[in-house]
Ligand binder design. Structure first.
Ligand code: BES
Ligand code: MN
Ligand code: ZN
Length: 494
């Protein structure tokens, strides 16, 4: 998809379709009224005839405009004639692209960035158009015989007046970078476990380093053995796929600036191991690498935006399978930190990889460490599929992430990490157990991780409910790439 800013006056642009907003009670947006004038009151006529009431998300396509270089005009309802909430602005954008997606339209000019949106500038409004449109046209065709997409769209332009071109241009660059990052994350996540293996993910990281200034190192099992990562390696022992610890280094900041470390759980398939999962819906455990895919997507976005930051990405990747050599309930392993872990449930494997990766991250003297993981089904029970769970040992970092989530429309909800919960992880035979019983599963999982994150500021995002959609609409969402990208943008530019 080609994205651009359009500065020509609307009545002179030639496009397959111009998108303009209309409000309830016959109020026209500036662009709609411009088009109304150049078409002898056509828009007003449709409104007063009741063909469109202006309700939020309503759309009407005018597919013949006499004497105009505009082939079509799409009217989009924006609701009441007042500043929209960010969410409603995105709803209007979704409705617009949904109504055009499956047509033969190749080019669009969208005028909706002029919409008055609460606490939003042209940069943000431009960026959202790209993110929402790009999300809507994403299609996973890699494993279909017919790889044709069901839309013909090639070019999306966002119209901006001269005074706002700079802001719109910045929004365009950010939107394109974030949308590309989201697309990579979705694509890797939607790939099945037989194709997207730990080695495949490692190859993707190396491929990314060909296009962007990233240094990639792949730690093999022998390397991890030398480092003493007994916890991580105990999980991959039950799989025929070799584990990989993928390390990406983006050095956009000053040489000695402390890095932001992003860690993503990269289980390319989680069958549960000997504590085997039930069969229903087990296919969705191909998505257990969404944290890792998020690290790749976010680094792509950061590198494309050339953010002046140092960022290190770490993706511990493995399968979790039942096998004669797999972990057994009751097994005790020694982590890189020296702490011993009693594995009471082999399905609580994510934390077994993440704990060694957190210990490994210490050597980078990180400014902050943020991990993303499809860690607990309990997070779905607690929060559903709306926000990701957030837990951490530093309030300022957690607040920054919550704020970034609000701006990016990729929300978080913080859960407590009180020491009382640590009791649940006590083991009679090792330093700690890998599960904390049936209560507060998301919190006890984070408590487990916190014991390996004592030496730096750390936040954990449980994305079990947000990284993909289930049901007939099954597919990856690309979350939390928008949130992390926003966090990085704010860190870089204030
Ligand atoms: N990858 C799963 C978590 C998960 C389950 C995410 C369902 C999304 C949907 C994780 O490895 C896991 O199996 N966790 C267990 C932990 C339990 C054994 C303490 C879980 O949530 O059941
Ligand atoms: Mn599991
Ligand atoms: Zn898992």
């Amino acid at each position: 998809m080609d994205y651009a800013i359009e500065t020509a006056p609307l009545e002179t642009v030639s496009t397959d379709c111009l998108i303009v907003g209309v409000y309830q009670d016959l109020h026209l947006s500036a662009s709609a009224s411009q088009i109304n004038q150049s078409t002898d009151g056509l828009v007003q006529k449709l409104l007063s005839r009741g063909d469109i009431s202006g309700k939020l998300g309503e759309t009407v396509l005018i597919n013949a405009i006499p004497n105009s270089p505009l082939a079509r005009v799409l009217l989009v309802g924006l609701g009441e004639n007042q500043a929209l909430s960010g969410k409603n602005y995105r709803k209007a954008l979704s409705a617009a692209i949904a109504s055009l997606k499956k047509t033969s339209i190749k080019s669009i000019v969208c005028s909706l960035a002029e919409t008055d949106v609460k606490a939003a500038d042209w940069q943000w409004k431009t960026r959202q158009i790209i993110e929402v449109f790009s999300d809507a046209v994403y299609q996973f065709t890699a494993c279909k015989a017919n790889k044709d997409t069901d839309y013909k769209l090639e070019k999306i332009s966002i119209s901006a007046p001269p005074a706002e071109v700079n802001a719109a241009q910045t929004g365009l660059i950010q939107g394109k970078a974030i949308a590309e990052g989201i697309n990579l994350t979705k694509h890797l996540a939607d790939l099945p476990g037989n194709l997207c293996t730990p080695s495949f993910l490692a190859e993707q990281a190396l491929a990314l380093a060909k296009d962007y200034p990233l240094a990639v190192t792949i730690l093999e099992e022998a390397d991890m053995e030398k480092l003493g990562m007994g916890s991580l390696l105990s999980v991959s022992r039950g799989s025929r796929q070799a584990a990989k610890l993928i390390q990406l280094n983006y050095q956009g900041g000053e040489k000695n600036a402390k890095p932001i470390v992003l860690i993503g759980k990269g289980l390319t398939f989680d069958a549960g191991g000997i504590s085997l999962k039930p069969g229903l819906g087990m296919d969705e455990m191909k998505y257990d690498m969404c944290g890792g895919a998020t690290v790749l997507g976010t680094l792509l976005a950061a590198a494309q935006m050339q953010l002046p930051l140092n960022i290190i990405g770490l993706i511990p990747s493995s399968e979790n399978m039942p096998d004669g050599d797999a972990n057994k309930p009751g097994d005790i392993v020694t982590s890189m930190s020296g702490k011993t872990i009693e594995i009471l449930n082999t399905d609580a494997e994510g934390r077994l990889l993440l704990c060694d990766t957190l210990t490994y991250a210490e050597q980078f003297n990180p400014d902050v460490v943020i991990d993303m993981a499809t860690l607990t089904g309990a997070c779905l029970v607690a929060l559903g599929r709306v926000p990701s769970g957030l837990l951490g040992n530093n309030d300022a970092l957690c607040d920054d992430l919550i704020k970034a989530g609000e701006i990016a429309n990729d929300s978080l909800w913080r859960l407590p990490l009180w020491e009382e919960y640590q009791e649940q992880l006590k083991s009679n035979f090792a330093d700690l157990a890998n599960i904390g019983g049936k209560d507060a599963g998301t919190i006890t999982a984070a408590c487990f991780l916190s014991q390996f994150a004592e030496n730096f500021h750390w936040a954990h995002l449980d994305i079990a409910g947000t990284a993909w959609r289930t049901g007939t609409n099954k597919g990856a969402t690309g979350r939390p790439v928008p949130l992390l990208s926003q966090y990085l943008i704010t860190r870089a530019h204030g």
